[in-house]
Design a protein around this ligand. Structure first.
Ligand SMILES: Nc1ncnc2c1ncn2[C@@H]1O[C@H](COP(=O)(O)OP(=O)(O)OP(=O)(O)O)[C@@H](O)[C@H]1O
Ligand SMILES: [Mg+2]
Length: 208
């Protein structure tokens, strides 16, 4: 059985990841590719419960280490229960966020120890790394103005602008040093974003 491709979407708040997944779904169907679409934190019933713990507003302070470990607890469940079985069955896996978000949010933006994140990633991923990470990059003010209209914001959405700027800078820095990234200018109109994504999908499928 040929393994399925593993594609992750990364980027800051309002960069258009969830919007673009609708296009990716349509493209996969047009190509008769079997797939699953999933997200982090979350993706399985237990991991979605952990997502709620991480993202909901609460009185008790959530320590940075707690946030990091909960992210990786959800991730290990997600990989073992959902991502790896699908890839092994030949399905393409599309995940709205994955481990790169931990490096950027819990690492760069929260000031977490990147070596510890490396160790957690090594332990939890067990080689389950994305074939391609699509980085949706948009200036912070544009991204935040897009999500302002949302009825509800979560604990990470509500971080100050300087936090979101660190997130953007850290994603761009990772993109420069990693070869599994594809940088997408997400400030463009949605049709242009989709076209850039389509080109990457075709490359992954070996169409171009
Ligand atoms: N290229 C674009 N141009 C203009 N508006 C866009 C574009 N892409 C997405 N949007 C709009 O911006 C809003 C946020 O997009 P979306 O929810 O896809 O972002 P996201 O990256 O998933 O954000 P989050 O990280 O908070 O989940 C939506 O209302 C969407 O319709
Ligand atoms: Mg989203």
């Amino acid at each position: 059985m040929i393994k399925g491709k593993f594609i992750t979407l990364e980027g800051g708040e309002g960069s258009g990841k969830s919007t673009c997944i609708k296009y990716i779904k349509a493209w996969l169907e047009s190509q008769n590719i079997e797939y699953i679409i999933t997200r982090e934190p979350g993706g399985t019933p237990l991991a979605e419960e952990i997502r709620n713990m991480i993202l909901s507003h609460r009185e008790e302070k959530i320590h940075d280490e707690t946030e990091l470990l909960l992210m990786f607890a959800a991730r290990t469940q997600h990989i073992k229960e959902k991502i790896k079985p699908a890839i092994d069955a030949g399905k393409w896996v599309i995940s709205d966020r994955f481990v790169d978000s931990s490096y950027v949010y819990q690492g760069a933006a929260r000031g977490g120890d990147l070596k510890k994140i490396d160790q957690l990633a090594e332990w939890v991923l067990q080689g389950c790394k994305p074939d391609k990470t699509l980085l949706f990059d948009v200036p912070v003010d544009i991204g935040l103005s897009r999500v302002e209209k949302r009825a509800q914001s979560d604990r990470l959405d509500d971080e100050p602008v300087v936090f979101h700027q660190m997130v953007r800078d850290a994603f761009l820095a990772r993109e420069k040093t990693s070869n599994h990234y594809c940088l997408i200018d997400a400030s463009q109109p949605i049709e242009n974003v989709n076209l850039a994504v389509k080109q990457e999908l075709e490359k992954l499928k070996g169409l171009s």
